[in-house]
Design a protein around this ligand. Sequence first.
Ligand code: NAD
Ligand code: DAU
Length: 337
Amino acid sequence: MNILLTGGSGFIGSNLVRLILAERPGWRVVNLDKLTYAGNAENLADLSGNSRYRFVRGDICNGELVADLFRNERFDAVMHLAAESHVDRSILAPSIFIETNVRGTQVLLEAAREFGVKRFLHVSTDEVYGSLGPTGLFTERTPLDPSSPYSASKASSDLLALAYFHTFKLPVVVTRCSNNYGPYQFPEKLIPLMIANAVRDLPLPVYGDGMNVRDWIHVEDHGRGLLAALELGEPGQVYNFGASSERHNIDIVKLVLKLVGKPESLIQYVKDRLGHDRRYAIDSTKAQQKLGWAPRHIFEDALAATVEWYVENRPWWERIISGEYLKYYEKQYGARK
Ligand code: NAD
Ligand code: DAU
């Protein structure tokens, strides 16, 4: 199998590239990534020279580049992960989210249609369903009701992908996953941000009352789900992934502090995120029954291993939290205190 994997230099993408190379010996992966602020060539630097891996730096919105790549590589399948992925940035500057997540997806769908692929896996998010009240779970039949520019752009791209199935019979499979955690996550997201701040004795900024709920899944469990959806998913279908690990944000933050050995006095409640979704929780019964998938990681154990990874790999995130990151941090948190 020759796979085009977009966004392979990001968090989930880089973990997925490693998983594929380790567990699918006959596969070759071409990683198309623009290396935005969130993409990091360092994540896969050790793969240079590996004949089963090729890195192409490029923009998924560049139709000519994408068509050339499809023409030359004759891909069997696409795993599409490239996106602008951070909700807070979509509130500060929405345009790039529409460009990359909506237009970029359409460029890839068009190339996949023109050159023909056996599967187009569109990697989406549970955020397309909007927010839950205190009870209930998102199923694949929950109506789309996105709240942020990020989730609205992802919902748009989901619908485009499904439209290419209905209209052109492109064999599209869509996945919607809950919040991921694990190694190589950019330290603007809750868990790595809290670890990096705790380690440096900086305030831990908790939005609102800290009682919003997210449903956490280890990035490797998500990766295995994506492989199962690619190999066994039915074209035109949507599959939810989650590990039934709902936690209040404040409990995660307190757990991180405990694991790092720092006091709770570092917690700083700050102004809430605009339009902040209250609760996400996923029903992944369909993926479990139809794809034979199940999460393997236990949240508290895997969070402890994740904290350890960030403590041991401090130079990795210290190189990131300079320059552009500091400007973003000031814009996002400077006015929130
Ligand atoms: P990330 O921000 O860590 O990585 C995104 C990658 O896409 C980066 O390497 C970046 O350089 C690349 N990219 C961005 N714009 C590009 C463009 N125009 N052309 C080519 N490459 C481009 O994101 P992530 O957390 O790894 O998420 C990956 C995918 O999974 C996204 O589609 C996201 O919506 C989805 N997802 C994420 C989560 C989560 O919890 N992180 C949960 C469910 C779904
Ligand atoms: O649910 C899947 C989604 O999860 C993915 O589609 C997104 O790409 C991914 O970024 C993530 O979105 P969230 O907005 O849920 O994740 P984030 O880590 O930004 O925030 C998690 C929760 O923590 C949320 O309720 C906001 C809160 N938070 C976040 C940050 C960065 C804080 O309280 N303080 C913070 O500084």
